[in-house]
Design a protein around this ligand. Structure first.
Ligand SMILES: Nc1ncnc2c1ncn2[C@@H]1O[C@H](COP(=O)(O)OP(=O)(O)OP(=O)(O)O)[C@@H](O)[C@H]1O
Ligand SMILES: [Mg+2]
Length: 373
């Protein structure tokens, strides 16, 4: 079942086109990440879906309904922002219950009294219905903040505040959860634990989620599928493994993980093997690409440092270690082969020695691990 469909979305700001014909097709229950560098149009896409921005062109559907003419609150999207956007003068419970109470007030035609309501809330005169109390406490339970319900939000850590923001979005039982860089204000450790929290809740509730980030590791570790954006366009959509192993352009190969990217020219083809000239070297690649001018993409973990005995690789080179970086479970080597600098990742096991700069090494790369684009 489709949950969010975007067709031909274009957005101009004062004559400048910042979204160029965006198409998205997000399944119900899917965790979908929009990934791209700063300024590529992620937030604008999100704001168009949520209804805060009017598209210049294009159709947006949520479920089976075209929502272009609907106001944000009629679209039933839950939003979580980078900046939390909580009410600092309210406690945790009130922040989460706020929208539910507003919804109730609207139903009972008390919309005009909302100003009064907010003043009442400030002075603690608001009485919540049992239903709202239960739904609010359930949402707080989901994000493990039950015991903090009575605290003011400015008494919470950044991670806790972001969980309040998440609870506030979830409590409305939105059709779609939209999260715009929700973790970028948190330190690295907290970011990792919040990733797990968000993923667990998303899977429990099976809520369709669009998650905006410029952090490829975040997108790749959390999402079912990722759309990579650049300059207002979607370059490729795929599962994390798909994007990693079959990037359609050097930009994606570089943006999604680390890549060795070398320009080459195919000089010969034999069956499924292409012989690609790179400077003075020839690299064999299992590839059926048609053009002769290619970019060679090799992931660092696919460059194998060989010991003296094993020289069975179809692609075999010699190089000199220029830099070794110990990363805990791996060692990253920068190796000079002719005039090229290659990055190779090797698994580090305790007791292994790390090769010194200047050491001559032999490298092996399987032709099926050499991608041509
Ligand atoms: N209200 C606006 N008026 C004019 N230009 C805007 C407006 N909002 C966004 N833009 C421009 O549109 C482009 C895309 O902005 P957007 O905020 O969508 O990028 P982003 O991918 O979310 O970037 P970041 O990762 O920095 O948040 C940028 O060039 C930005 O300057
Ligand atoms: Mg943004």
């Amino acid at each position: 079942m489709k949950s969010v469909v975007v067709n031909g979305l274009t957005k101009d700001f004062s004559g400048v086109t910042v979204l160029k014909n965006i198409d998205l097709d997000i399944q119900a229950g899917e965790f979908f990440a929009l990934l791209g560098p700063s300024g590529c149009g992620k937030t604008t896409t999100m704001r168009c879906i949520a209804g805060f921005e009017e598209p210049t062109n294009g159709v947006i559907k949520i479920g089976d309904e075209v929502v272009n003419e609907l106001s944000p609150n009629e679209r039933n999207c839950g939003m979580v922002f980078q900046s939390y956007a909580l009410f600092p003068h309210m406690n945790v419970f009130d922040n989460v219950a706020y929208s539910l109470n507003i919804q109730d007030l609207k139903k009972s035609n008390m919309f005009k009294k909302l100003g009064v309501y907010t003043r009442m809330l400030n002075s603690k005169l608001v009485k919540y219905s049992d239903d709202i109390k239960k739904r609010t406490m359930d949402a707080l339970d989901y994000v493990e903040l039950t015991e903090h319900a009575d605290k003011m939000v400015n008494e919470l850590s950044g991670g806790q505040q972001q969980r309040v923001a998440l609870a506030r979005a979830l409590v409305m039982e939105p059709k779609v959860l939209l999260m715009d860089e929700p973790l970028s204000n948190l330190d690295q450790k907290l970011r990792h634990s919040m990733r797990n929290t968000i993923r667990r809740i998303q899977q429990d509730l099976k809520i369709t989620t669009i998650f905006v980030t410029h952090d490829q590791e975040e997108a790749m570790s959390m999402a079912d599928r990722v759309a990579v954006m650049k300059d207002g366009e979607i370059l490729q959509v795929g599962t994390p493994t798909d994007l990693y192993s079959n990037p359609k352009s050097p930009f994606i190969a570089d943006f999604v993980g680390t890549s060795n990217i070398l320009p080459g020219v195919i000089k010969k083809r034999e069956g499924s093997i292409a012989y690609v000239e790179v400077g003075d070297q020839v690299i064999k690649s299992e590839s059926t690409i048609e053009s002769n001018e290619v970019k060679i993409i090799i992931r660092p973990e696919n460059i194998i440092l060989l010991d003296e005995a094993s020289q069975t690789y179809d692609n075999y080179f010699e190089g000199k270690i220029d830099l070794a970086t110990y990363l805990g479970s791996t060692v990253r080597y920068e190796i000079i082969v002719d005039q090229h600098r290659l990055i190779a990742d090797t698994v580090y096991e305790s007791g292994d020695s790390i090769l010194r700069n200047g050491t001559t090494v032999k490298l092996g790369i399987s032709p099926e691990r050499v991608l041509l684009i």
